[in-house]
Ligand binder design. Structure first.
Ligand SMILES: [Zn+2]
Length: 230
């Protein structure tokens, strides 16, 4: 299935409880653009509670624009399946928004810091692979977007300041095999960027707590991603 008209997504990640930065992004982007959907790829809170996550997501809910999210490694693992807000948590499942099937998996592979929501590479890759096959098994032929906190191994989106790459090689292999149209990740604050892995457009909007975001336009089977800062 092809998306009938151009669809615009405001993509946000790594808010880390900074409500003022999120509000600036929402105000400045929504003043100028018509956005159909907002996607959040984790680290909504900064080692906060479920209520902290909900308090930040309510700022997005207030815009009245549909939104979906997953949590990051700095969010509470016990709320990985969602908090009490109007948006849809896509942890280990698929949600359909205007013809785009979005598949989510939150948390990150173990870090040296022992953060709250750490999961094995096996688990993340397994979650995404299972959700893709469930989605396709239910007769879904639409475009697919992945919403993950942990980046795949790439050139730009997972590059640490040291030059090392923190992304998952197995997620990269899964992307090459399943060719989603888009992959939104986060987690590596110093690595905002857009790149291709096979036929997929992979992007890290950069941390919202520093005013960063991405605007995605999907028209037909083409996706264009532009990074922005307020
Ligand atoms: Zn983060």
């Amino acid at each position: 299935m092809v998306v009938p008209t151009a669809l615009k997504i405001l993509a946000i990640t790594d808010i880390h409880d900074k409500a003022s930065s999120l509000t600036s992004i929402l105000d400045s982007v929504l003043r100028e653009k018509q956005v159909d959907l907002i996607t959040v790829s984790g680290d909504v809170s900064n080692f906060g509670s479920g209520e902290d996550v909900a308090r930040i997501l309510r700022l997005i809910e207030k815009t009245g624009i549909p939104f979906c999210y997953i949590l990051g490694n700095c969010d509470p693992i016990e709320f990985r399946n969602g908090v009490n807000v109007g948006g849809k948590c896509l942890e280990s499942k698929c949600g359909t928004f205007l013809g785009i099937n979005i598949i989510g998996s939150g948390g990150a592979t173990p870090t040296p810091f022992g953060t709250p929501f750490e999961v094995s590479e096996d688990e993340i890759v397994g979650n995404v692979a299972r959700s893709i096959s469930e989605c396709r098994g239910s007769g879904c032929t639409g475009l697919v977007m992945l919403l993950i906190h942990n980046p795949p191994r790439g050139e730009v989106v997972d590059r640490l300041r040291t030059g090392l790459h923190a992304g998952s090689k197995r997620l990269r292999d899964l992307i090459l095999k399943s060719s989603p149209l888009l992959v939104q990740c986060g987690h590596i604050h110093e690595a905002p960027g857009v790149e291709r892995i096979g036929r997929s457009v992979v992007f890290n909007p950069g941390p919202a707590f520093r005013g960063r975001y991405a605007l995605v336009e999907i028209e037909g089977e083409n996706a264009n991603v532009a990074l922005g800062t307020v």
